[in-house]
Structures are given as C-alpha cells and as structure tokens.
Design a protein around this ligand. Structure first.
Ligand SMILES: [Zn+2]
Length: 370
C-alpha cells in the first residue's frame, strides 16, 4: 500500500476514509472542516477523538507548509494505522489535523494563498513587528530578485555569483539568518510572515487553545520536510522547551533532536510551537505541553546543500511572482522544488517511514502512552 498521496484531494480523501479506524476505538469523535473563505473547495479537516478521562491528548498536524503535507500525510497514516490502535482511549484523546494550509498543498507551494509562510505567522499577540530581521534588507536583492527569469543556466550562474559575493560581504551565517528568520514587510518576499493571523493560523490557534482547556497533558507532533540530513529525520523542538536536545534525544531514544535556534537548526520568528508554549505559559500554566516537529531532511545539511536549498526557495518565489521567459526553466524549477519538499526516491521514502515509526515509538513510549 502506498503511503504517499499524489494530490491534495487524494490525501484528504484518504485521511477521511482512514478515520473509521479511529472511530472503532474511540466511541466519541467529532469530525470538523473549515473551508477557506476564498477557496471553499479547499478545507482544513480535523478529527477530535475524545478520551473518557481527559488526561492526555496527542495532536498530529500536517501541511502547515502546504507542499510538506504529502510526507505529512504518510506520517499521519503510520500514526493512525500503527500507533493509534495501541493507545488507551480511556485516558488518551486525539486531535488529527489534516491540511493546515490546503491551498499550498494543492498547488505544491510552501506558503498559503496570500504568500504567507504560516510558520512565521504564529506571532503571539498582535505585534507583527516590521523591524525584525533588519539583515533582510542587506541581502534582499540576492534572495528576492524583482525580475522575470532567464534560462535556468543563466539564473544559476547569477545565483552562484551572488552567493560568492554575499558570502564575502555578509558571510554565510548572515545570509542564512536573513533568509530564514521571517519578515513582515515584503509580501512578495522571502519567508513572509504576514501582517495579521492567516485563516489557517487562526483555525489552528483555536484548536490548540481548546486542547489545553480540556486536557491535562498535550503532545503535539507537526510534520515538516526540507531541512537537515537527507536520510535522517530530525525531531525539532522549541527553544521554550525546558529540556535540552541531548536530554530529549536520550528520553526518546532517538538519534537526532535539535532546538530551533541558530546554534542547532536556525532561528525562526513566528514559529508555531513557540506560540503554543507561550499560550500555555500565559493561560494554562498547570498544563503539560510538549510540542515538536518531525523534520525530514532532503538535500542535506552541508554548506553546499544549504545553498542549493536557498536556490530552490529563491527560484520558486521569483518564478511565482515574475514568471520565466523559458518554459523549460519553469519546469525545472518546479521539479527541483518538488524534490526538495517531497522526494520521489524510494530509498528516501522508506527511510522517512522508518524514522517516523522510530520517533513515534520513542515519544509515545517516553510519555507512557503505549
Ligand atoms: Zn516546514
């Protein structure tokens, strides 16, 4: 049986169909859907499976970054078929959230219909600060060119020329910080975090609040792809989690755990897990929360791999906003973007499934849920 869906509609249909497995075990469930206001054929779907005693809740969420929802669904399927049957419905509930950014998933983009990266949009409170990431302005001509694309060969030469120039003038770490942190001032720019909470963000925020209201302990696992070593999934954790990555690696018996900061992964402003910890700390201090991501690396974590990752992001964004003179260039850029977030290689997919299983086992075991 194939784990990886071929389209958003395929993924959604499979998700809805698989829920009967959950409904056999949890007698009280509620399936809900939020159609996007301007794209009512696209929905964010979720299932609550209520525990008799509301002690533990496990949240599995996918497609915060649209295109990453294909691997995300595969992990949802592994969870539903192999792990949910081993949980105790007496004291453990579920919130299965499919397609937080259905538009991005449908169109194989990372951002949503308003070009917002939802994982830069979970700003706590309403302070969408235009002043974060001042370094963005120093590299914006490089990472956010405002012109129609030439042939792939010419664009590629230009890109590498810019890499060398910018590494000399700004340094690799500044380029990395400036491109990945997020920003709130340039809607056609890079890792744009928006200027208010997006529809998908608001839906998720409301669900997360309800989860903490109702359950003593909440474990969230959110699915991502793209960064980190190619054949080793990283469990990524918020800097607000009190435990260190090596303590969590030991606790989960899992080889690679990284904190979302400049030293271990990279820094993010408006990150979803960070939002969740802030919400817990301010309004639900007596609740337990562990919120993490599974990040399935694709190109690798060496410097050349990180530069190629950057190229994929720069080219795809430029293509979206300015188009290409050459249809072959457009095709190649879309193909490379697809491989960056949803690799077609069988070996990669098998290792991703194996890592996902190992991490579910480790985390659920560590919290005595299996
Ligand atoms: Zn992601």
């Amino acid at each position: 049986m194939d784990y990886f869906p071929s389209s958003y509609d395929d993924s959604r249909a499979r998700f809805l169909q698989s829920l009967s497995l959950i409904q056999q075990k949890w007698h009280s469930t509620q399936l809900e859907a939020h159609p996007l206001k301007n794209h009512p054929d696209l929905t964010i779907d979720w299932l609550w499976a209520y525990a008799h005693k509301k002690e533990n809740l496990i949240i599995i969420s996918t497609a915060e970054h649209g295109i990453e929802g294909y691997v995300g669904y595969a992990m949802m399927k592994v969870f539903i078929e192999e792990f949910a049957p081993r949980l105790n419905p007496e004291n453990t509930g579920l919130l299965l959230l499919h397609g937080m950014n259905p538009w991005g998933m449908k169109h194989y983009r990372k951002v949503n219909e308003n070009s917002v990266d939802l994982n830069r949009n979970f700003v706590y409170g309403d302070n969408f600060d235009l002043a974060i990431n001042p370094e963005y302005h120093q590299v914006k001509e490089f990472i956010n060119p405002q012109r129609r694309m030439d042939s792939y060969g010419i664009e590629n030469l230009r890109f590498w020329g810019n890499v060398i120039k910018n590494i000399f003038t700004s340094g690799a770490s500044k380029i990395s910080r400036a491109s990945l942190l997020g920003q709130h001032h340039t809607p056609n720019g890079f890792y744009y975090g928006g200027t208010n909470h997006e529809e998908g963000t608001r839906v998720a925020m409301e669900l997360y609040r309800l989860a903490l209201e109702e359950y003593q302990s909440v474990i969230q696992i959110d699915m991502h792809t793209g960064y980190g070593p190619r054949y080793q999934m990283s469990i990524i954790i918020s800097p607000l989690d009190p435990m260190t990555s090596s303590e969590l690696s030991h606790k989960f018996n899992y080889p690679l755990v990284l904190k979302i900061n400049a030293e271990e992964f990279f820094a993010i402003s408006g990150d979803m897990a960070e939002y969740y910890y802030k919400l817990r700390n301010e309004h639900f201090p007596d609740r337990y929360l562990f919120a993490c991501g599974f990040e399935f690396g694709t190109l690798g974590s060496s410097l050349p791999a990180r530069i190629r990752s950057l190229r994929n992001m720069v080219f795809e964004n430029q293509l979206h906003w300015h188009g290409a003179k050459d249809s072959k260039a457009a095709e190649r850029i879309r193909h490379e973007f697809g491989e960056f977030y949803f690799p077609s290689e069988t070996k990669w997919r098998e290792k991703a499934l194996a890592d996902g299983r190992q991490a579910f086992e480790g985390i659920l075991h560590a919290y005595d849920l299996l």
